[in-house]
Design a protein around this ligand. Structure first.
Ligand code: AKB
Length: 345
């Protein structure tokens, strides 16, 4: 059986590493990776070829491949993007547009729609103030699309670009012989937490940072208030969502952009969970006004009914299962060699 050619950009990031491991375990894929950095040892042998460097400068190279599926994960996350806005725009928007153009061109030329999977974010939402956030309840895909961050603006705009290249590019969609268009599918991810990697540059990072610090017996000063609430998800569920959406039949999808949710917790609840597993944890709250403002503009939770209805989305991990069956057991193994680690068995 021939292998499906898959491109994973942002391969060294948290989602990238977990996705590559999953694709490789499933088998049947020729995985080409791309990133600014060299591949970490954990996934090096899983990549058939690694394209290292700036995607925007090297886009021509990508036209030589026959990718059936593209997971475009490369991004500058919300906190980092806010301090280097031009660079973020270049990575998040120009890089995405170049790849979308390439995928649209190949779809049309070879009359086979390239599947383009795009990780969007809860950062695409923006509430005018904390009261509005707390009153909103579960937020649907088309509500509060008024992001406050460069990253959120970039994600929202790239969703629109994806729609454009998959439906209207060339304005020939109404012709008698419309071209084959690329197949764009996006997921608005909540904050993701992996037991194996740590995030960097994001604003939901306080959740995973707090837990990894507690597991190592390191003090942690949380940069948001204790009552700060947003939705989170276990990394295995994020990977599952990408795989399920990739395989969903086109006809069953009425939308290109989907919310997904798993559990919503306050920073204070994270601390409680951390103490329960690691009683010696040292966690304080020292809110940073800028990062606090960003998280205050994001929803407490999102409505993922459309994903559940159209592609049977269902997370495997609620908060209890996340802590009891995934994060705590894995993190204890990961840091077991550290002498400072003291846990409650
Ligand atoms: C970030 O914090 O920027 C990301 C996200 C919520 O998209 N984790």
């Amino acid at each position: 059986m021939s292998e499906k050619a898959v491109l994973v950009t942002g391969a060294c990031g948290e989602i990238g590493q977990a996705l590559i491991q999953n694709l490789s375990a499933r088998g049947g894929y020729r995985i080409v990776t791309a990133d600014l950095a060299p591949l970490p040892v954990a996934i090096k042998s899983l990549s058939a070829e690694h394209l290292q460097g700036d995607l925007v400068n090297r886009i021509k190279q990508f036209y030589d491949y026959d990718f059936e599926i593209i997971y475009h994960l490369a991004a500058s996350l919300s906190s980092k993007a806010e301090v280097a806005t031009e660079e973020a725009h270049r990575i998040n928007v120009e890089g995405t547009m170049q790849l979308l153009m390439m995928a649209a061109y190949r779809s049309e030329k070879y009359k086979k729609p390239v599947k383009f999977l795009f990780p969007s974010s809860i950062a695409a939402y923006g509430f005018p103030n904390l009261q509005a956030k707390q009153a909103a309840g579960l937020v649907k895909e088309d509500e509060y699309n008024t992001p406050h961050t460069m990253y959120g603006c970039n994600k929202l705009y790239c969703e629109k670009l994806g729609l454009y290249y998959s439906h209207y590019f060339g304005q020939r969609h109404l012709d008698e012989n419309p071209p084959t268009m690329l197949d764009f599918r996006a997921i608005r991810f909540p904050g993701l937490i992996s037991a194996f990697t740590l995030p960097s540059g994001g604003t939901s990072d306080y959740g995973p940072e707090m837990l990894h610090a507690a597991a190592q017996g390191k003090p942690y000063a949380c940069f948001v208030r204790e009552d700060t609430k947003i939705s989170f998800m276990a990394m295995p569920d994020a990977i599952k969502s990408l795989m399920v959406l990739t395989e969903a039949p086109r006809e069953s999808l009425s939308n290109a952009v989907y919310n997904i949710a798993a559990f919503s917790l306050t920073a204070g609840e994270f601390r409680k969970r951390a103490f329960a597993a690691f009683p010696c944890a040292q966690i304080s709250f020292e809110p940073n006004p800028r990062r606090q403002g960003i998280v205050d503009s994001w929803p407490e939770d999102v409505d993922d009914a459309l994903a559940r209805q159209e592609w049977n989305w269902m997370p495997d991990y609620d908060a209890d299962k996340f802590f009891d069956e995934y994060f705590i057991p894995e993190i204890k193994k990961r840091y077991a060699h550290k002498p400072s680690l003291r846990t409650q068995e």
